[in-house]
Design a protein around this ligand. Structure first.
Ligand code: UGA
Length: 424
């Protein structure tokens, strides 16, 4: 938003994070973000604080807090949003009736925004709107500055206040709207549901193709062929049909479970039962990979050397939340395997969570002596590995490509027993 020309103050309760951001040091790995942060901090338009009082003059407060899965596994933990709103209320009341928007960006169970809206209803000039965020990690900068669409959720899209609310959000996004990015005005509930529906639909596509890939393994069909040809039908589309060890990260798994749980609360249990299967197919992929690893090594993993390429939940991020790669690595260790895991960005996070895992920076070092290599996050670095060179490092040329990105024929020509998931 500072890049769009606005004066922005970012607040976080974590003083260390605020200090790092103020010094233009990104607290996570995200392509293009360091440059953007440096530029906007240097411009003076972007500052950071831990003190809510510094936000007093703002026209719009964006709530971009995490809504993690609750510890009981049911629904989202809204504690951070609630406490941020509690802290904002005195500031809103002190604005003397000046129009102030609280714009939610976080992914929340449908109905949350209406409840938050009711909490500020008595404060003159203050309103809650919902403005979901659709960025992907790894593409955060471009997705944010050039999104497919902007969605504004309003308490009453046909009401007297709607015009002012839309005008204020339009001022925020003016440079983007000038480039014809579609902007849709809906109710609060529709806006909330757009976000969770999109993520659950994407999750459904992935689990669907993963189920098909299991049939490919049984029958000798190739899932890449099936995905390619069904994707040529515009109604289906090519994207999110890459079979492999499944989806992870802080969004798809959590949002899927959040939708199941919220639908249940709202009385639509039966219609959402299929999403439990989508989740089960996805987590089943990790077990499937373990079965394949066991089979490759003659049924027992005890004492066997396994190299795991990739720890992040996907490339171009250091995020290991619900990462299939890391989960599989930890389970291999649980079965007695001697595992080396490598990743170009995520090893600090791996070490913080699993200090006992053998985390190795250098790919060649990770491959050394391996009896089985598993590619679990498709970083370009691993896609470009030279099979002949890699073959000189390992103890046995066995490879399972858990992301279906390698040219298996080339690896086989170099003497590898190489397979994918659902590939010929
Ligand atoms: C996802 C959505 O794509 C974003 O639109 C959304 O804004 C974001 O969640 C969010 O809710 O904040 P993200 O979690 O960053 O973005 O990552 P994705 O690119 O969606 O990938 C999710 C997982 O699916 C990864 O583990 C990836 O490896 C896996 N995946 C993706 C597949 O297994 N197959 C595919 O064909 C595509």
């Amino acid at each position: 938003m500072a890049e769009l020309g606005h004066r922005v103050i970012g607040l976080d309760v974590d003083a260390q994070r605020v200090a790092a951001l103020s010094a233009a040091r990104p607290p996570f790995h995200e392509p293009g973000f360091a440059e953007l942060l440096t530029r906007t901090v240097a411009s003076g338009r972007l500052t950071f604080t831990t003190d809510y009082a510094d936000l007093a003059g703002a026209d719009v407060h964006f709530l971009a807090l995490g809504t993690p899965q609750r510890a009981d596994g049911l629904g989202a933990d809204l504690g951070m949003i609630e406490s941020a709103l509690d802290s904002l209320v005195p500031l809103l009341a002190a604005r003397g009736g000046a129009r102030t928007l609280i714009a939610g960006k976080s992914t929340v169970p449908v109905g949350t925004a209406r409840r938050l809206h009711a909490r500020v209803a008595g404060i003159a000039g203050a309103t809650v709107v919902w403005n979901p965020e659709f960025l992907r990690e790894g593409f955060a900068v471009s997705d944010t500055l050039r999104p497919d669409r902007l969605v504004y959720g309003l308490a009453d899209p046909a009401g007297a206040e709607a015009e002012h609310e839309v005008a204020l959000l339009d001022r925020v996004y003016a440079p983007m709207l000038a480039t014809s990015i579609p902007r849709k005005v809906y109710s609060l509930e529709s806006a909330e549901l757009v976000k969770v529906s999109a993520n659950s639909f994407l999750a459904t596509k992935i689990s669907f193709i993963n189920a098909i890939s299991e049939l490919c393994d049984i029958t000798g069909a190739d899932v890449a062929d099936v995905a390619e040809a069904i994707g040529m039908d515009d109604r289906i589309g090519r994207k999110f049909l890459r079979a492999g060890v499944g989806f992870g990260g802080g969004c798809l798994p959590k949002d899927l479970r959040g939708l199941i749980s919220r639908a249940g609360e709202l009385g639509a249990v039966d219609s959402f039962a299929f999403l439990r299967d989508i989740d089960a197919i996805n987590t089943g992929r990790r077990e499937y990979m373990l079965r394949r690893a066991r089979a490759a090594l003659g049924d027992s993993l005890e004492g066997r050397r396994v190299a795991v390429l990739g720890a992040a939940f996907k490339p171009d991020t250091d995020d290991v939340r619900d990462s299939p790669a890391l989960d599989i690595a930890v389970r291999l260790v649980g079965e007695g395997a001697d595992v080396s895991i490598t990743d170009p960005a995520a090893l600090a996070n791996v070490r913080a969570r699993f200090p006992s895992l053998h985390a190795i920076e250098d790919v060649e070092e990770a491959l050394a002596g391996a009896e089985l290599v598993l590619l679990l996050t498709e970083w370009p670095l691993y896609r470009e590995l030279d099979p002949a060179r890699a073959g000189t490092l390992v103890a046995a040329r066995r490879l399972i490509d858990g992301r279906n990105v390698l040219d298996l024929a080339a690896w086989r020509r170099a003497g590898w027993d190489a397979s994918g998931l659902g590939r010929r």
